[in-house]
Design a protein around this ligand. Structure first.
Ligand code: BGC
Length: 756
């Protein structure tokens, strides 16, 4: 459990009142760390003379071993125990050097010159735990699902490098990102933090983000391992899934993210998997992660997700986190006792310490210690804006977009578009530069408040289209909104759904926004809807509107990004990383599990769909979704031709030619789906490879893509390996998971792919 809800509520209320009466926030260009906060110790005091373990000529393994050998038992226990970083009354410890309002803190070993660990959330930027002075104001990337929509790993890596540099400059050497739980439940309140429903896309994109973060010589943490796919009852839900299904879906996403990003740590989740808590799950931690994948980093628990010291330790947990009160949690005190009573081998504690030390050394956090420093917010604004522009998905366009100079009168309505764009809540909450655009929204306690970033789509659209008359209606008065729409050439309605950690959400837009869209669309056929949501939503008005843009939570420059896509300055190139259902009945579970279950009771959720997650499920069931996985329109047109496939050096290579046949530059995504000609998989086909190219009008380019062999295989538990069956395989190039596209056939020989 993160923090008890009563505690959170009472705490949140106080903090929120405090925040409301707080003086206005300093300008975003202020130094990285607030001088009003507690004093900051950047590093443990250096040891007088270099110690043997500090010899940079030695390998990280050798250095970690030397360090371990120099440590007392107490020092070892220190390294494996993390505290909640926030400094509030309810924290009964007093580590002056913990960063204010941060997620976590682990003391260093000053005697040996070993650094403290300062941990911050999360995947879209440096978060602040709750809105309380001094909250950090940091650049906010578009949400994880938006980044996944770009289908552009280098873009994700640039974003990661940017937020990692802000973490560094803010004094953090561990960033608790990125999240790679698959979208099994479209209503999961944390889908915005993750990379969508496909293991290859999600793993590749999140891995790229991680690589970017760690390029700053800090540690990134892939989370929440594993199958933590819903928030409702997240500490009590017991996920039931068979091994092959897990290895071919959620675990494959983690495996790919870990291969691509090489994260220093992995965070185990709150949930149970097949009867054991994820943080004391021998199969997940010891067998899959450490043995099969050869993970050399360390496993930290989600905040308070440790339950049984002996099981945690013996089953693979390396670091307890989120302790709020010395002695309150089980690990530190009980671990020492468990070791002396031989319930936990001493070798296990040494292994934990070795992993943590080696990781910090290998990632550069020791030799290049974090230093609070200035942040180039202007440069970082450009990074997040580029991310948002590539993550926006044009879902529908009946000759209404882009808006041009010829669109004389535009009515902009709803979604607080006059002042800002929505952000996702919970521990990943970043407070963007300039503070909250709409204060006073949402729960006063955890997981609130609802934060709008100060980046107004309305103002940006006025800048983009200076010769158009652009009116504004808040959308609270349906008649006024419809009247404004009627008088305009085009109406642009912004609709929002706040989602957050610790809650799941219905797929219906809140606050009767569907009625607003319907009323506006009745008044003006040329209505464009801009969605700011954490994941898929239902669109009962879809046939009444001319255009739909999914902007997700677009980050601290989101308003400009949306306006530039609406006006055509930017040609949209995002593609859905999740399927949008037409109705709840299409889902494997129309209701998320646990509804109506008493607050303290455990409950099961059976993932009977196995690896048929998202588009695979729809295809298997023959459901026609509202918008399929992979869908995304452009203002130009492309052809993708000359599809060919060959086996080269044991790998399946696919080539194709992409041509921009339209009149403006744009980016095209090639999606390669694979299937056995004879059928027999969990679903008709799987995404096997993808690539994105940017092309000037009239230009063309040949692409060569390599299909990940695991996507051609099934996992066979008896062999403990993936196996490609010999036979004919169809390789399909299609604009979405649902389109027939064009196919070629290749013959593959049998191949067994060991996990590592
Ligand atoms: C979340 C984690 C987060 C941690 C620290 C937990 O509630 O599940 O994702 O990293 O808190 O803030």
């Amino acid at each position: 459990m993160r923090i008890s809800s009563t505690l959170a509520l009472g705490f949140g209320l106080g903090v929120w009142q405090l925040a409301c009466s707080a003086p206005s926030k300093p300008a975003p260009s202020r130094p990285a760390l607030s001088s009003s906060g507690p004093s900051v110790v950047t590093q443990a005091a250096p040891a007088p003379a270099p110690l043997p373990w500090q010899n940079k000529q030695l390998s990280p393994d050798q250095r970690a071993e030397l360090l371990l050998n120099a440590m007392t038992q107490e020092e070892k226990l220190t390294l494996v125990t993390g505290y909640f970083g926030v400094q509030q009354d309810w924290n009964k410890y007093n580590f002056k050097e913990a960063r204010p309002q941060s997620a976590g803190y682990v003391s260093g070993v000053p005697r040996l010159g070993f650094t403290a660990q300062w941990q911050t959330d999360a995947g879209s930027g440096v978060a602040t735990q709750r809105e309380a002075p001094p909250s950090l104001e940091r650049t906010l990337l578009p949400s994880g699902i938006s980044t996944a929509s770009s289908w552009d790993p280098p873009l994700a890596e640039r974003g990661g490098a940017m937020i990692g540099s802000e973490a560094r400059s803010s004094g953090f050497n561990v960033m608790l990102a990125g999240g790679v739980n698959l979208t099994r439940e479209p209503g999961n309140g944390r889908n915005f933090e993750y990379g969508g429903e496909d293991p290859l896309l999600a793993g590749t994109m999140v891995g790229a983000l991680v690589r970017g973060i760690q390029s700053n010589h800090i540690v990134a943490t892939v989370k929440h391992f594993a199958l933590n796919d819903q928030e409702r009852g997240r500490e009590r839900v017991n996920v039931l899934i068979d091994e092959a299904a897990a290895r071919m879906s959620d675990l494959l996403a983690f495996q790919i993210a870990i291969e691509v990003g090489d994260p220093g740590s992995v965070m185990c989740g709150y949930n149970l998997v097949n009867g054991a808590y994820a943080c004391q799950n021998d199969w997940l931690l010891n067998q899959v992660l450490k043995r099969d994948w050869g993970f050399k980093g360390y496993v930290m628990s989600d905040w308070g997700a440790q339950h049984d010291t002996v099981l945690n330790a013996n089953h693979g947990l390396d670091q307890e986190t989120g302790v709020m009160e010395v002695g309150k949690y089980i690990w530190l005190d009980k671990l020492a006792g468990a070791i002396s009573q031989k319930q936990v081998p001493q070798a296990r504690l040494d292994d934990m310490v070795r992993r943590i030390a080696r990781t910090l050394i290998a990632k550069g956090a020791i030799d290049d210690p974090v230093q609070p420093g200035p942040i180039d917010f202007a440069a970082h604004a450009r990074v997040t804006q580029a991310g948002a522009e590539d993550g926006i998905v044009l879902l529908k366009n009946q000759d209404v977009l882009p808006l041009t100079e010829k669109t004389k009168r535009i009515a902009v309505i709803g979604g607080h578009a006059d002042v800002g764009v929505l952000t996702g809540g919970g521990s990943a909450q970043v407070y963007p530069p300039g503070g909250m655009a709409v204060p006073g929204l949402g729960p006063s306690g955890w997981p609130g408040p609802i934060v709008y970033a100060r980046s107004s789509p309305l103002s940006a659209l006025r800048t983009e289209l200076p010769n158009s008359t652009i009116s504004w209606q808040s959308g609270t008065d349906l008649k006024a909104a419809a009247d404004a729409a009627r008088e305009a050439d085009v109406a642009v309605v912004f609709v929002t759904q706040w989602t957050t950690e610790s809650l799941d959400f219905p797929l219906t837009l809140p606050d009767e926004q569907d009625k607003l869209v319907a009323a506006v669309a009745r008044a003006n056929k040329r209505t464009v809807v801009v969605l700011e949501t954490g994941g898929p939503v239902l669109m009962p008005w879809i046939d009444q509107v001319a255009g739909v843009l999914e902007a997700w939570y677009p980050g601290s420059q989101g308003g400009s990004a949306i306006a530039r896509v609406l006006s055509g300055t930017v040609n949209p190139s995002g593609h859905l990383p999740v399927t949008f259902p037409r109705s709840l009945e299409q889902l494997p579970r129309p209701k998320t599990a646990g509804e109506g279950v008493a607050n303290d009771a455990h409950f099961d959720v059976r993932y009977d769909e196995g690896p048929a997650v998202g588009y695979r499920w729809y295809a298997k069931k023959g459901h026609a979704p509202l918008f399929p996985f992979g869908h995304g329109l452009s203002y130009t047109s492309f052809t993708q031709t000359n599809l060919a496939a060959r086996v080269e050096g044991g790998e399946l290579k696919v080539t194709l030619t992409v041509r921009n046949t339209g009149k403006r530059a744009g980016k095209s995504v090639a999606q390669i789906y694979v299937s056995p000609a004879a059928g027999g998989w969990e679903a008709p086909r799987r995404l096997g490879a993808f690539g994105k190219v940017e092309l000037a009008a009239g230009a063309s380019q040949q692409l060569t893509l390599t299909v990940d062999p695991r996507l051609l295989a099934n996992y066979e538990p008896k062999r403990q390996a993936f196996r490609i069956a010999d036979g004919a395989y169809r390789v399909t190039l299609a604009p979405t998971a649902r389109d027939a596209g064009q196919s070629v056939t290749v013959t593959l020989a049998e191949r067994v792919i060991p996990p590592k």
